[in-house]
Design a protein around this ligand. Structure first.
Ligand SMILES: NC(=O)c1ccc[n+]([C@@H]2O[C@H](COP(=O)([O-])OP(=O)(O)OC[C@H]3O[C@@H](n4cnc5c(N)ncnc54)[C@H](O)[C@@H]3O)[C@@H](O)[C@H]2O)c1
Length: 327
């Protein structure tokens, strides 16, 4: 790992966000020279506190990847690009599809096109999502599963992913994509459900409010953020060019109801209320999902290690101390 990223000039888009900031921390430990570009739009997961303690060791450029001119300047001379900037809310993508289009499609095309023009030897790892599979037809879902997204965000992330693969295949810009599943851990957005329902559950538990589970029987897999970061670092190796990998969880999938009960247990108390799905959410729910990530295991040598109970404990501990910075 140190060989792949140590001493390298690395750019992280979305680096003040949940996963991007965890990646920045690890990269610094490994001796990389890190620049972060993040727009800090309040509705998204970017938060200055996410880089508390490392702020002197990273360069932060608060700008928007929709701005081609600043990106052109920032990407020059960089050796690796971890491209995580994105609009992540599925519901927002339905109510405001054009903002999602601008960030998750147009800006992504602009990023790879700019790399082609000014820095074609860069390596890129793109943060894609399991959402692009839509409602799974078979489980577990492997990378060959049909892509039929069921919300605007899924359609756009699919396009963003394929611009990267296309530019790899046609222009030799070495890019690969990771299709993340539910990722959780310290520094996730807990203010609202824009990033994940789990964030809201954690906030409500810590504020002594009941947590609401909609439906509850859906099966899901969960990746702890440190494991996701490990996958990004492994995916930055030159041999991954043109590949797409599913990520998954360290443990078998659980139902959302089981997850809520486990969270309450780890917290040492709390109340779970099961409710029917609100109609706007039900319409874009993917039902059961869990990934077959054997390709990442085989080709990247990636194994998620942090089990759900341990991951939830670490997350709750973090927010017990720092919740005020995330409200
Ligand atoms: N967290 C998950 O469970 C999950 C699952 C699947 C895919 N992903 C993908 O991983 C990536 C990172 O997600 P995250 O969970 O860390 O979310 P996040 O919201 O915490 O991080 C995204 C960051 O991108 C920044 N950003 C958004 N639009 C931008 C723009 N136009 N210009 C510059 N910066 C911009 C935000 O300010 C934020 O800091 C996203 O692309 C997301 O689609 C995450």
């Amino acid at each position: 790992m140190r060989e792949t990223v140590g001493g390298k000039r690395v750019l992280i888009t979305g680096g003040l966000g949940f996963i991007g900031s965890a990646l920045a921390r690890r990269l610094i430990d490994l001796g990389a020279e890190v620049t972060i570009v993040d727009s800090l739009v309040p509705e998204y997961g970017g938060n200055r506190f996410n880089i508390a303690g490392i702020e002197e060791r990273v360069r932060v450029n608060v700008s928007d990847v929709r701005d081609e001119h600043s990106f052109r300047y920032l990407v020059q001379g960089q050796e690796i690009l971890f491209n995580l900037a994105g609009q992540t809310s599925h519901l927002d993508s339905m109510t405001d599809p054009f903002t999602d289009l601008d960030i998750n499609v147009r800006a992504q095309l602009s990023i790879v096109e700019t790399c082609r023009q000014v820095n074609p030897s860069i390596r890129i790892v793109f943060a894609s999502t399991r959402q692009i599979y839509g409602k799974p037809e078979t489980l577990p879902v492997d990378e060959k599963h049909l892509l039929h997204p069921i919300d605007v965000n899924g359609v756009h992330k699919m396009a963003g992913e394929w611009y990267h693969i296309l530019y790899n295949n046609v222009y030799g810009i070495r890019a690969c994509a990771l299709r993340l599943t539910n990722t959780y851990g310290p520094r996730m957005r807990v203010k609202d459900a824009r990033q994940t329902f789990l964030g809201v559950w954690i906030r409500r538990l810590l504020q002594n409010e009941p947590i609401e589970v909609w439906g509850g029987e859906q099966l899901r897999d969960f990746t702890f953020v440190d494991d996701a970061v490990e996958a990004f670092l492994l995916a930055a190796a030159p041999e991954t060019a043109g590949s797409i990998y599913n990520l998954g969880g360290a443990e078998p999938p659980v139902t959302l109801h089981e997850l809520a009960e486990l969270l309450v247990q780890v917290n040492g108390g709390g109340e779970v209320r099961v409710r029917p799905f609100p109609p706007d959410r039900k319409a874009i729910d993917i039902g059961d999902y869990y990934a077959d990530f054997s390709m990442a295991r085989r080709e990247l040598g990636w194994t998620p290690r942090v089990g759900l109970e341990e991951g939830l404990r670490r997350t709750l501990d973090f927010y017990r101390e720092h919740l005020g910075h995330y409200l």
